[in-house]
Write a protein that binds this ligand. Sequence first.
Ligand SMILES: [Fe+2]
Length: 291
Amino acid sequence: MRNVTLDTVTDAVIGSLGKFGEIDDRQREIMTSLVTHLHGFVRDVNLTHAEFLAACDYLARAGQLTNDKRQEFILLGDILGVEVLVDMLSNPVSGNESESTVLGPFYRENPPVLPKGASTIQKHFDGEETVYVEGYIRDADGNPVAGATIDIWEDAPNGLYENHDPDQPDFNLRGRFETDENGHYALIALRPVPYPIPEDETAGELLHYMGHHPNRPGHLHFIISKDGYRPLITQIYDADSDWLDNDSVFAVKESLIGKFEPAPAGSDTDLVLRFDFVLSEAQAARMQAAE
Ligand SMILES: [Fe+2]
C-alpha cells in the first residue's frame, strides 16, 4: 500500500500480517486485536508526537530498571489492573471454589518445610501481633483434600518482605505446610500489615499520573497445590486493614477477606484466623470425569 491515509492505516497494518512470514492463528488473533485497540487508543486521545516520544522514553526506562529483584513491567501491569484481569480470565470460578488472585512479585520457591502448627516467625518486632492460622482444604463436593501443599508468605510488621530487608533472616515469615488426613492445616504467623508497592521510578510516575496511592491492604499469600487439582494462588485479606476498598493493584475480593479474632485466653498467639479453601479439579481430571 503506497497511499496510507487516516482511514486506511489500521487496515493496512492488519492486512500486512503474515504476508512475508508464516504466523499461526493465535499470532494473527493477538496482532489484529492489538493493532485495532492501539490505533483506536491513539485516535481517541489524539496522541501528539511529543507524547509518543515520552511514552517510548518511559518504556525504555522501565526496561532499564528491570532486574532479578524488580520486574517493572509486572508492577506496571499490576497498577493498571492487568495482572488481576489475566488471573480472572485464566482461573474462572464457576461454583464454590475459592477465588484466586495475583501472585505478586515477592514469592520465593522452596520455602522451609514445616510441620503442622509450626511458626514461620524467625524474628520478632515491636508491636507485632501473632496469629494462629488454621482451616480446612476441601474439594468442590466437600471432601477433605489430604496431603495438599501450602506455601505461605507475608510481609513483616515493618512492611517489608524478608528478601527486600537485609535485617530479616532468610525465609523469615515463609513456610511450606501440608494438610493432614482431614484436610486440616495450621500454622503460626504474624498479622500482616499494609505496605506500599514500589513508588519510585516509572511505577511511581504511573501512580502519580493516575492520581493513585501505592498501598496494599494487609494480606497473607497462599499457594495451595495437590495433584489432580488446579493450583490455587491466592491471598487472605485482613478484614480490619486499611486500603481494602482501594488496593493499589485491584486484587481484593470479598470472598478472600478473613477476620483476625482475639485468641482465647491461654493461647500461644494473640489472634486466630480461620479460613477454609475449596480447590477446583484440574482440567484433565474434570474432562475424565465428564467422559
Ligand atoms: Fe504481598
